[in-house]
Design a protein around this ligand. Structure first.
Ligand code: ADE
Length: 228
């Protein structure tokens, strides 16, 4: 998979992609992530990428030309399965969307800044708009890193234990059951007995029951009517 991210401040995302699982995924050649600085396509001697909005109002708007020129150049190299715009008024990001995106070959993500991008980019170029939550960030960069992380960790070979992405919260619309490690007791706090016994069918059943119990308590909206 390849992810190209266009931003006016690409350095905000550098750290997210330079450590731990996301770095290892790139080192192993499982994903290629390229951060692009929109200012490289800025207009005039000041590399302008934004301008005042027509009709008046506070806040600058990202201009069509730099974005369009950069995207057209990137499209000369590859065909994108999705051109995503990060925006608080996009579709709410969830595990299903992460799963869908993890099956794509080439993804381009555009990060908004200031008042956002000229609507004509959204109308004519963007194929999907994503929000990571009902709040406003200072830009789409952190949101793009969140989406990329959720997608990349699903790619085959990225996680050491191949099955662990499948047992995450939200896969199967259930939150994850609690987990414990050594010691089996500390300060009188005990690990549930069943996890210590080695009866794996019973442990699986316990985990499923706990996942359901926790989901009912914390996120009943994830469950169908008949599981409630
Ligand atoms: N840009 C600013 N806020 C955002 C959000 N909540 N999700 C995605 N992109 C954003």
């Amino acid at each position: 998979m390849r992810i190209d991210i266009i931003s006016a401040q690409p350095y905000l995302m550098e750290s997210a992609f330079s450590h731990s699982i996301l770095k290892r995924a790139q080192d192993k050649g499982l994903v290629e992530v390229k951060l692009h600085n929109l200012k490289d396509y800025g207009l005039g001697k000041h590399n302008q990428i934004d301008d005042y909005q027509f009709g008046g109002g506070a806040g600058m708007v990202m201009m069509v030309e730099p974005i369009l020129n950069m995207i057209r150049d990137l499209q000369k190299e590859r065909t994108y399965d999705e051109l995503i715009y990060m925006t608080p008024d996009g579709d709410l990001f969830d595990q299903k969307t992460a799963n869908q995106l993890s099956l794509k070959e080439n993804i381009l993500i555009l990060c908004g800044h200031y008042k956002g991008v000229d609507q004509r980019i959204r109308d004519h170029i963007i194929t999907r708009e994503i929000s990571i939550g009902s709040y406003v960030l200072s830009g789409g960069e952190l949101a793009a890193a969140v989406v990329s992380d959720a997608v990349i960790r699903l790619l085959p070979g990225v996680l050491g234990d191949e099955s662990s992405a499948l047992s995450d919260s939200f896969q199967d619309d259930l939150l994850a059951p609690p987990v414990y490690t050594r010691p089996a007791e500390i300060n009188g706090w005990k690990v549930p007995e069943i996890l210590l016994g080695g009866n794996f069918p019973e442990i699986d059943a316990w985990r499923e029951a706990k996942a359901l119990e926790i989901t009912k308590a914390k996120r009943p909206d994830l469950l169908d009517e008949d599981s409630l």
